[in-house]
Design a protein around this ligand. Structure first.
Ligand SMILES: [Zn+2]
Ligand SMILES: [Zn+2]
Length: 132
């Protein structure tokens, strides 16, 4: 699978399929996404190869939680979960060139669902924080 940021400066490929697909509603994911959160595919960090724009890639380490990786030109969030140091990371499904054909199996951090956000009644597991 291939993906890119909004400006196209960063292009990458990742070996699929993902081990899991989850949607995170935490406050950090809201801040960095500008929306209800992030939808993530779990992958091994070494399954990701940056094809273009390596020099544009930045990683932000918040005080709490794992490092987030983004394009320094357009701000698109690319990966979470401590890529590339961590064994496993999160790939934002929004970055993929072709829509990933699987719905999230879990909603994480539902305690942080905003008043302006409606959780879908999709049968997916719900966890107050991250799943155990
Ligand atoms: Zn970009
Ligand atoms: Zn989150």
């Amino acid at each position: 699978m291939t993906g890119r940021c909004l400006c196209g400066g960063v292009r990458f490929e990742v070996e699929g399929p993902f081990e899991a697909v989850t949607q995170c509603h935490c406050a950090s994911c809201k801040k960095l996404s500008g929306g209800v959160g992030t939808v993530n595919g779990r992958a091994r960090s070494d399954a990701i190869r940056i094809l273009e724009g390596r020099d544009l890639v930045r990683t932000y380490q918040p005080a709490e939680g794992s490092a987030k990786t983004f394009c320094s030109v357009c701000g698109s969030n690319l990966f979470g979960g401590g890529w590339p140091e961590s064994e496993r990371c999160s790939v934002r499904l929004t970055t993929l060139d072709e829509a990933y054909p699987q719905k999230p199996s879990k909603h994480l951090y539902v305690r942080s669902v905003a008043p302006w956000e409606t959780l879908p009644d999709d049968g997916a597991e719900r966890h107050d924080t991250r799943s155990g």
